[in-house]
Write a protein that binds this ligand. Structure first.
Ligand code: NAD
Ligand code: UFG
Length: 359
């Protein structure tokens, strides 16, 4: 299939490009590099030996997106483009709602006009909010999000599911009929939407050529640990050790980014065979605490990662992990890499690229 990745130069998109190419698909990328570098795609080309059409554009710019989609006419769009920093979203809600919502609406309008059908969306376990106890299953009601970033995912899921319903209704009505007066608002194809709820993506491609390269001070645990290990930061602050867990620190479902990437291959192939909306958790189902991650990383890099215990971080939930049975049953997908591979590959990337792509 021809698959277009919005935000494909970013962390998850670049790893997914490799998995898609290895599965025999053709990949193109649309990115505005607001949080990435074209260097990531050059490295993907080096790893795979394949050329990738690279389009610099804002995914909310309808004219540009239309002309790129007309050129590519992809069988599937995987929509990674978005702003993703939870803390920043609290300070810049307007930018987060504008960017994340607009990109999805623009893509939907363009798909409708061009009759494109298949869409895979990067959602997040954050949509479960803190209303439920893990393991989270897809049929649980979406919860109350604790930040604007989470709400953008929640809303985008809703918009996509609503569009899929409308597209199936109008596409079947207008089939064989003359359609409505406004061609632009007629759905030509019933949409197929796959919503992927990621748990905590971590690690890097095993080559060490691509990996996570956050700008400024990392918000997330694993890149922070990696930067302490490589000497860019003095120590990690563990946000709270007074939770009701065995060692007092929060537990998460860390998923190797290449396992996540392979989940996208299955999701895109599934989308091509179906219509309507389907939701899948992509996680391992196994939680690890913050301190367990610190110790596993210390073992992988061969030196103790310095840390101190600090106060809890506002908005953190104690526990989050997936029930990923549906992805196994329907997509035939499950994680294959464990915590040791995660830490090995994260360290391999960080130690080979201490300053990320910026060197
Ligand atoms: P990332 O920031 O590395 O990648 C996002 C990419 O989108 C970047 O290359 C950025 O330049 C691009 N982008 C942003 N806005 C754009 C726009 N308007 N037009 C074109 N390109 C734009 O992030 P990531 O970790 O690879 O995340 C990918 C997706 O997965 C995001 O939607 C994110 O919210 C979601 N997600 C990530 C995590 C995580 O922990 N990394 C967890 C759950 C969901
Ligand atoms: N943590 C620390 N110190 C740090 C960074 C994190 O102790 O410097 C702890 C956090 O308190 C949390 C755990 O490490 O207990 C994981 O934190 P991350 O920031 O790496 O990940 P979150 O689970 O908070 O957030 C992730 C994604 C979000 C997504 C959310 C819910 O980054 O995009 O999962 O799915 F919204």
């Amino acid at each position: 299939m021809k698959i277009l990745l919005t935000g494909g130069a970013g962390y998850i998109g670049s790893h997914t490009a490799i998995a898609l190419i290895e599965a025999g698909h053709d990949v193109s990328v649309l990115d505005n590099y607001s949080n990435s570098s074209p260097e990531a795609i050059k490295r993907v080309e080096k790893i795979t030996g394949k050329n990738i059409a690279l389009h610099e554009a804002d995914a909310a710019d309808k004219d540009k997106v239309m002309s790129i989609l007309k050129k590519e006419m992809p069988d599937c769009i995987i929509h990674f483009a978005g702003l993703k920093a939870v803390g920043e979203s609290v300070d810049k809600p307007v930018e987060y709602y504008r960017n994340n919502i607009d990109t999805t609406l623009t893509l939907l309008e363009c798909m409708r006009e061009l009759g494109l059908k298949n869409f895979v969306f990067s959602s997040s376990a954050t949509v479960y909010g803190d209303d439920h106890k893990p393991p989270f299953t897809e049929e649980m009601t979406k919860g109350m999000c604790t930040n604007p970033y989470g709400w953008t995912k929640w809303m985008q899921e809703q918009m996509l599911a609503d569009a899929a319903i409308a597209s199936s209704k109008f596409a079947s009505q207008s089939r064989g009929a003359k359609g409505s007066e406004d061609e632009a608002t007629d759905w030509k194809e019933p949409l197929s939407v796959v919503l992927l709820r990621y748990f905590n993506p971590v690690g890097a491609h095993e080559s060490g050529l691509i990996g996570e390269d956050p700008q400024g001070i990392p918000n997330n645990l694993m890149p922070f640990i990696s930067q302490v290990a490589v000497g860019r930061r003095d120590h990690l602050t563990v946000f709270g050790d007074d939770y009701d867990t065995p060692d007092g620190t929060c537990r998460r479902d860390y998923i190797h980014v290449m396992d996540l990437a392979e989940g996208h291959v299955k999701a895109a192939e599934y989308a091509a065979e179906h219509t309507g909306t389907e939701v899948f958790n992509l996680g391992s189902g196994t939680p690890y605490s913050v301190l367990e991650m610190v110790h596993a990383f210390s073992a992988a890099c061969g030196s103790e990662v310095a840390y101190e215990i600090g106060p809890r971080r506002a908005g953190d939930i104690q526990d989050s992990w997936a029930n990923a049975d549906k992805a196994l049953k329907v997509l035939g997908w499950k994680t294959r890499r464990g915590i040791d591979e995660i830490c090995r590959d994260a360290w391999n990337w960080q130690s080979q690229n201490p300053q990320g792509y910026g060197e």
